[in-house]
Design a protein around this ligand. Structure first.
Ligand SMILES: NC(=O)c1ccc[n+]([C@@H]2O[C@H](COP(=O)([O-])OP(=O)(O)OC[C@H]3O[C@@H](n4cnc5c(N)ncnc54)[C@H](O)[C@@H]3O)[C@@H](O)[C@H]2O)c1
Length: 408
């Protein structure tokens, strides 16, 4: 395959913080061809093109912006992505980096136009949509990779290997939390992460549910989510504090707390971590990941100006950082980059194979279970669906059955 073109739909926070710089790095390494980015408004793509850190790191790199900021004015272009996807040559790469409730439409549009897909998490919000995506992709020999980047943190890969080798016995009780900073409430989130669309558990809790499966291989059996509604600055309501209990198919229980509440003045970009208590033979076993504090403490002479940045900081070199390895520009490092790199590599692997080999390669990717796909991670959609049912019903337990999700 010649270098594939990439069209990213969505030009917001995740596009700027992780995806675009990762794509530029792959372009610099000769893996990817041209890159286009489509947002709703010209101002969004212009702001993305102007991000100082990305410009500094990738001199000479640019993307085709849609709509064109020079001519688009202020009007939103919510359906432009359909035309752009249809205009791509077949079997290129579409990236879905738009709000959760739009993933299904963008991904199905891409698949029907014979495009591979890299989707930010959560893939979609219902099991039926996940199945539809799985079938469409399979019928066309296309990859859909769900970008659960915590899987590519070496500590997750190590825990997975050690758990599966039997070092921890069997998972019984666990606690996970991921609290994003307060300032998120002031961002574009207030326009879409609202009570009718999503909640703190759907938005960020899915990471740790996915990780517990990734490490243990267990499957979720029921979910209850208690949510506290709060007002965003624009007056919209959102479940900005959630407490979830996930029961697994061996009876184990994971408590997951999520919120948009971590103080802007606190160090680190968020607070997050995972504890798992396990048993094997006549012994207990334990796994503890501090995913926020990675051992670095800085105190600067000046207040950085990015939202949520602090003079006393606890940076993580593990997720995503820019480092100077001699140029040109800067290199991006961390599991945020590795995750994108792995999914693009899987797409290239399928594309470089003979047509009659594609299905076997897709089976291998599904079976390896390292990249999340619609087929090997559909438990995430079941948890999404059960979680939404529960939170909208005051936290009642939603049971995941083979064919339906019901309230107990
Ligand atoms: N840790 C993670 O894996 C992680 C982190 C952040 C966000 N995300 C996911 O990424 C997605 C986007 O989140 P974000 O933080 O970037 O949100 P954001 O609000 O900052 O950006 C959303 C973007 O989508 C664009 N958009 C909305 N409707 C569109 C349309 N019809 N056509 C084209 N573009 C459209 C907007 O213009 C905006 O650029 C969400 O699904 C979120 O859950 C994942």
């Amino acid at each position: 395959m010649s270098k594939p073109q990439v069209l990213m739909i969505g030009g917001g926070m995740i596009a700027a913080d992780q995806i675009l710089p990762s794509l530029y790095q792959l372009q610099r390494r000769g893996v990817l061809g041209g890159i286009g980015v489509c947002a709703q408004r010209g101002a969004t793509v212009k702001a993305l093109a102007d991000v100082e850190m990305i410009r500094r790191a990738f001199p000479g790199h640019s993307f085709r912006p849609y709509p064109d900021p020079a001519t688009a004015g202020d009007a939103p272009h919510p359906l432009l992505y359909k035309e752009l996807i249809a205009a791509l040559p077949p079997r290129q790469i579409v990236i879905a980096a738009i709000p959760d409730q739009l993933h299904h439409d963008v991904i199905m549009t891409a698949l029907r136009n014979n495009q591979h897909v890299l989707a930010v998490k959560p893939l979609v919000l219902t099991r039926a949509h996940a199945r539809e995506i799985e079938q469409e992709a399979r019928a066309r020999g296309l990859v859909v990779g769900v970008e659960y980047h915590k899987r590519f943190d070496d500590r997750s890969l190590l825990a997975r290997r050690r758990y599966r080798e039997g070092w921890f016995g069997e998972f019984k009780l666990g606690t996970a939390s991921l609290m994003e900073k307060w300032y998120y409430r002031h961002s574009n989130f207030q326009n879409w992460c609202t009570s009718e669309n999503s909640d703190a558990f759907s938005y960020i809790g899915c990471h740790y549910v996915d990780l517990v499966h990734f490490i243990t291989g267990l499957l979720p059996a029921s979910v209850s989510v208690y949510g506290i509604e709060d007002r965003y600055p624009n007056g919209n309501k959102g479940y900005l504090w959630t407490d979830a209990r996930v029961i697994w198919n061996n009876g184990a229980c994971l408590n997951v707390q999520n919120s948009l509440s971590f103080p802007d003045g606190a160090p680190g970009t968020n607070a997050q971590g995972l504890s798992m208590y396990c048993s094997g033979g006549d012994r207990g076993a334990w796994l503890e990941h501090s995913d926020q504090y990675r051992g670095l403490r800085y105190c600067y002479t000046q207040q950085p100006d990015a939202p949520g940045s602090t003079m006393f900081a606890e940076p993580s070199t593990d997720y995503f950082q820019y480092v100077d390895t001699g140029g040109p520009g800067l290199e991006v490092v961390g599991y945020g980059f590795r995750s994108i790199d792995h999914i693009i590599a899987a797409i290239l692997r399928v594309e470089s194979a003979r047509e009659d080999q594609r299905s076997t390669i897709l089976d291998e990717i599904d079976a390896a279970g390292v990249i999340a796909t619609p087929s090997n991670s559909s438990y995430n959609e079941m948890v999404m669906e059960a979680g939404r049912l529960s939170i909208l019903n005051g936290g009642r337990e939603a049971v995941i059955n083979a064919h339906e999700i019901t309230l107990r």
